[in-house]
Design a protein around this ligand. Structure first.
Ligand code: ADP
Length: 396
């Protein structure tokens, strides 16, 4: 059964066509610069064919997706009828959309009510949904929410200590993000270990350009570092993570910065980029660390320290830790970050195998046999997770 997975951003569409339940990727790619003067479309098929279009205009998501369908029809599928369902990534589901859903108008209405919580991403996801409904009439659409995995977080962990009415009236609380990824790697590890995820306590570190850590007890998220938005928690590529909120009121008063300027500062100009003044890319900063550049060392020290601090906190929250998982761009590919973090986890009895750790993007255990907590690299695959959930729901 062929499934299309799409992830729509405000000017982008990422997509994969998969054969399920095997999970084989038949084609994948992305459309960028939708609505701009010239667009970009990169497309790859399982047999190694690559197409890169850089001289066409994609005025709308619909135009971009239509062009993708042309490419799919050129050798990958014979007819669009072969696409039996579409799985959509939706980054925020608010409090009501707590499960993967088969889309009907009531689901779209509910997603539209979530707009104020994430005006950057969610409206684009709804555009993707409507385009899929139009271009593939009669084909079921399924939404998989990044926030739904975190809906098991208890009230004392999701509430902010601000007037309670701001939760009841404005829905301000911790929602978390990267839920699909945290759930995927935790389930994957359980499978590798031959255990039921219900019997495991896991701390999952999704470290990419956006980063978050989740405490997973018996397969359920019980706390996560991201909050109302994906800004809270760890130091990220360009996001500040945890910060005293008074920094913002201070800057507002002393520098006259308004909400948009502050938003830009903490989302786009902070994190590794802000601290180093060099780059938001961990690879560049690791090179800087190796060359002894103080600005790179400073940024990476903050980055690594925050991870250690969260792991420590979540170890106490869980009471007992069976495994720590590293995933996403940095988690999978940076032996340096993993080693720097793990060497500070002696209190948990973590003992890392530096030789095993010296690898990129491989699924493997990187702790020694005497380590009290197993440490694993588990490559994440959010598209496959969305395809699996979509497949399960449409075949129910
Ligand atoms: P996202 O999906 O959030 O955009 P990714 O999970 O793809 O991000 O992670 C991207 C980040 O991974 C890059 O910013 C880069 O810093 C980091 N990264 C990729 N490869 C390496 C590597 N070999 N060593 C260290 N960091 C890496």
């Amino acid at each position: 059964m062929k499934l299309l997975v799409i992830n729509c951003g405000s000017s982008t569409v990422k997509y994969q066509l998969l054969e399920m339940p095997a999970g084989d990727v038949l084609a994948k790619g992305n459309v960028e610069r939708i609505g701009e003067e010239v667009g970009i479309l990169k497309h790859k098929t399982a047999d190694g064919k690559k197409v890169e279009i850089t001289d066409e205009v994609f005025p709308t998501h619909e135009a971009g997706l239509k062009r993708v369908f042309d490419l799919l029809l050129d050798g990958t599928i014979k007819s669009l009828d072969e696409i039996k369902a579409v799985g959509h990534r939706v980054v925020h589901g608010g409090e009501k959309l707590t499960k993967t859903c088969l889309v009907d108008q009531s689901i779209i209405d509910e997603i539209e009510r979530v707009y104020p919580l994430d005006p950057l991403h969610v409206p684009a996801h709804v555009i993707g949904l409507k385009v899929a409904q139009k271009l593939l009439p009669g084909v079921p659409n399924v939404t998989v929410f990044d926030t739904s995995f975190h809906q098991t977080i208890p009230e004392y962990a999701y509430l902010y200590a601000i007037p309670y009415s701001l939760y009841t009236d404005e829905h301000i609380r911790r929602y978390g993000a990267h839920g699909t990824s945290h759930q995927f790697v935790a389930n994957r590890l359980a499978k590798i270990l031959g255990k039921d995820v219900k019997d495991l306590n896991i701390i999952s570190c999704h470290l990419g350009s956006g980063s978050s850590i989740t405490a997973i007890q018996g397969g359920k998220s019980i706390d996560t570092s991201m909050g109302l938005t994906p800004l809270e928690g760890l130091c990220m590529g360009t996001r500040c993570g945890d910060i005293d909120p008074a920094v913002l009121t201070y800057l507002g008063r002393t520098k006259g910065m308004n909400a948009d300027e502050l938003d830009n500062l903490i989302n786009k100009k902070s994190g590794l980029l802000g601290l180093s003044g060099i780059s938001n890319d961990c690879r560049v900063l690791e090179d800087g660390v190796a060359e002894g550049k103080p600005e790179a060392i400073r940024a990476m020290n903050v980055f690594n320290y925050r991870i250690v601090k969260y792991i420590g906190a979540y170890a106490m929250v869980l009471g007992h830790v069976d495994a720590i998982i590293f995933t996403a761009g940095i988690g999978e590919n940076s032996p340096y970050v993993r080693a720097e973090v793990c060497k500070k986890l002696g209190l948990l009895g973590v003992d890392i195998d530096l030789e095993a750790n010296d690898c990129h993007g491989k699924e493997r255990k990187i702790s020694t046999d005497k380590s009290k907590v197993q440490v694993w690299i588990i490559p994440t695959n959010e598209e496959l997770a969305i395809a699996q959930q979509t497949y399960d729901l449409v075949n129910k």
